[in-house]
Design a protein around this ligand. Structure first.
Ligand code: ZN
Length: 324
C-alpha cells in the first residue's frame, strides 16, 4: 500500500535531528539555483548550497578553480553575471584542479575550448587512470609548489602531502586574502561520512594547521553554502582534537572479552560488535558537546569517529596488543 506513514522508506521512518544553527547557512540562491559572491576584489565564489567553486576575473580572461557537476552550467552563468557587471572578459582561459574527485570536477569538460588546465602531477596521473571524459587531465602540472601569474594576478599552488586525497592542493590567493582548500573543513558543519570520505586520516587531521599557516581571512572549503573564517577552522580542529581524546579513552575502556565470548565461533561478529561499541563510546561525548555548535554533529559524528578510530588503531598503533 502506498502511504506516507508506512514502509521503511517513508518519511516518518526517517530520524529527526537537532535544528541547524542559522549561522551554518549561506546566502539565498537565485532562481537558477546558485549564488555568486565576491570573495575579495576580482576573486569570486559560486555555490549551490552544497558545493563551491571559485573564479578570478583578470584582464586576460577568467581563471576557474574546480567545476562541481551539481553547479554545472551555472558556473558559466555566474561568470557571465560578474563579467557583465564589471565589464571584463567572461572567457575561461585557465582551469585549476583542486584534486581529482568527480564530485568537485565532473563539469571540467564544460570548459574545454582553448583552456589551459593546471593541476598537481598526481591529479594528472589519477585522471589518466580513471579515464573519465568529464575530467580531462591537466596539461600543466607541478610537484610541490607553483606560482601562477595570470593577467596580472598571483595564485600560489602547493602540495603539502596527502590528506583527503593523495593530490589535494592548497590554493592561496595572497593578494585576495583567501585560501581554497577542498574537502577538509566544512565551515559551520560537521565533516560528512568518514572525514569527508578522506583517504589519509593523519594527513586530514594535520591539514587545518597547515591552512592556518597561510595569511588569509576568507576560506573557500568546497562545501556548504557559505565561506569560512579562521574561527571555523579552529572550531573544526577543536572538534577533531576532542574526538581523538574521546576515541583513545573508548579504545582502552571498552573490554573486548565479552564480545569474543559471545561470538566465540564467529570472530567477524565479535569484531563488528566491538567496533560498534568503541564507536558509540567514542562518539557519545562529542555528539553531546557539539550538537548545536557544529551543524549536523548529531548526523555525522559517529561515522567520522569510526574512521578516525581505525586510523588511531592502524596508522598510529594505539592500543595495539602484542600476544605474549
Ligand atoms: Zn574530494
Amino acid at each position: 500500500m502506498a502511504s506516507s506513514t508506512t514502509g521503511p522508506a517513508s518519511a516518518t521512518a526517517l530520524p529527526d535531528y537537532a535544528p541547524v544553527p542559522q549561522s551554518a547557512y549561506g546566502p539565498a540562491l537565485n532562481a537558477q539555483g546558485y549564488y555568486v559572491g565576491t570573495v575579495e576584489r576580482n576573486l569570486h565564489w559560486v555555490t549551490d548550497g552544497s558545493y563551491q567553486c571559485a573564479f578570478l576575473t583578470t584582464k586576460d580572461g577568467v581563471v576557474l578553480f574546480d567545476a562541481p557537476p551539481t553547479i554545472g552550467g551555472n558556473i558559466q552563468r555566474a561568470i557571465d553575471e560578474i563579467a557583465k557587471a564589471n565589464g571584463v572578459s567572461n572567457k575561461v582561459t585557465h582551469f585549476v584542479y583542486s584534486h581529482h574527485h568527480a564530485d568537485h570536477n565532473g563539469a571540467a569538460s564544460l570548459f574545454n575550448k582553448n583552456v589551459i588546465r593546471i593541476g598537481h602531477e598526481e591529479t594528472k596521473r589519477l585522471l589518466l587512470r580513471d579515464n573519465d571524459p568529464t575530467r580531462p587531465a591537466p596539461e600543466e602540472t607541478f610537484s610541490d609548489r607553483r606560482t601562477l601569474k595570470i593577467g596580472g594576478e598571483r595564485i600560489e599552488l602547493a602540495w603539502r602531502g596527502t590528506n583527503h586525497s593523495p593530490d589535494n592542493i592548497y590554493i592561496h590567493f595572497p593578494d585576495h586574502d583567501a585560501l581554497m582548500l577542498i574537502d577538509i573543513v566544512n565551515p559551520g558543519w560537521a565533516p560528512i561520512s568518514m572525514c569527508n570520505l578522506s583517504e589519509d586520516i593523519p594527513g586530514y587531521v594535520a591539514a587545518p594547521a597547515i591552512a592556518l599557516e597561510y595569511p588569509w581571512n576568507h576560506f573557500i572549503g568546497g562545501h556548504v553554502g557559505r565561506l569560512g573564517t579562521r574561527d571555523d577552522i579552529t572550531l573544526h580542529q577543536q572538534y577533531m582534537a576532542d574526538m581523538d581524546a574521546s576515541i583513545r579513552k573508548a579504545l582502552v575502556s571498552v573490554d573486548p572479552t565479552p564480545f569474543f565470548q559471545k561470538y566465540y565461533d564467529n570472530p567477524w561478529a565479535a569484531v563488528s560488535a566491538l567496533f560498534d561499541a568503541w564507536t558509540d563510546a567514542g562518539a557519545a561525548p562529542i555528539i553531546e558537546k557539539y550538537t548545536g555548535v557544529i551543524a549536523a554533529a548529531d548526523v555525522y559524528t559517529r561515522s567520522t569517529v569510526f574512521w578516525v578510530m581505525e586510523s588511531i588503531r592502524l596508522d598510529l598503533g594505539f592500543a595495539s596488543y602484542v600476544h605474549p
